[in-house]
Design a protein around this ligand. Structure first.
Ligand code: COA
Length: 179
């Protein structure tokens, strides 16, 4: 498929989303390295995916893997650990389709929320997740050991989730004022 850069002519790239298998690793690693300054190694992926509650999914167009997501199953929520779309396939709805797939795994009587940490400097991801109806619920100070950066904890809640808030919404300015 020819990818157009014109916003008006933009088409969505339809992807098939399935579980990640070992054979996907070279393409996943390539997207990982093209996406993050502090990227996971193959060993990081394998160590993570060996955990019983850890799941990998990929998005493929034809035979080509163009996106991946690693997430954990918790009692009441899903937690995204790693997620990226290959740079030349961004802004074609691939990330949205993967998040929609994850939202489809929630259920009102079991897992009602999705959470993830996003780097304070990763504005692209913040804008993407805001568009997917995630809300920032907490600032996690110096969360990343590599750069010492803060993280924003983002959360998506099912519309009929009537449980308590996962976290109190923290207003950073109010925090400073209180000290
Ligand atoms: C975040 C990411 C996965 C989004 O994937 P994607 O396939 O490009 O997302 P989509 O095409 O589904 O975007 C849907 C909407 O989100 C918003 N959005 C996505 N990327 C955006 C950006 N860079 N700037 C502003 N808005 C953005 C837009 O509203 C977009 O709709 P539009 O293109 O019609 O305007 C991708 O940018 C990526 O891989 N980034 C690098 C890795 C990363 O930061 N991962 C997240 C770690 S927490």
């Amino acid at each position: 498929m020819a990818l157009s850069t014109s916003r008006t002519e933009k088409e969505l790239v339809r992807v098939h989303i399935r579980w990640m298998i070992r054979r996907d690793m070279p393409e996943v690693l390539q997207t990982e390295q093209e996406s993050f300054e502090f990227s996971w190694t193959e060993e990081d992926f394998l160590r993570c995916l060996r955990q019983r509650n850890c799941i990998g999914m990929v998005a493929e167009q034809g035979e080509k893997v163009i996106g991946f997501m690693i997430y954990e199953l918790h009692k009441n929520k899903l937690h995204i650990l790693n997620f990226a779309v290959s740079p030349c396939y961004r802004r074609y709805g691939v990330g949205s389709q993967m998040v929609a797939k994850l939202i489809g795994k929630l259920s009102s009587h079991r897992r009602t929320r999705i959470t993830l940490e996003v780097r304070e400097t990763n504005l692209d991801a913040q804008l993407f997740f805001r568009q997917q109806n995630f809300k920032a619920v907490r600032v996690m100070r110096t969360f990343y050991e590599d750069s010492g950066e803060d993280a924003y904890l983002l959360q998506y809640r099912l519309a009929d989730d009537d449980g308590d808030d996962f976290e109190e919404t923290v207003n950073r300015i109010a925090q400073y004022e209180e000290r």
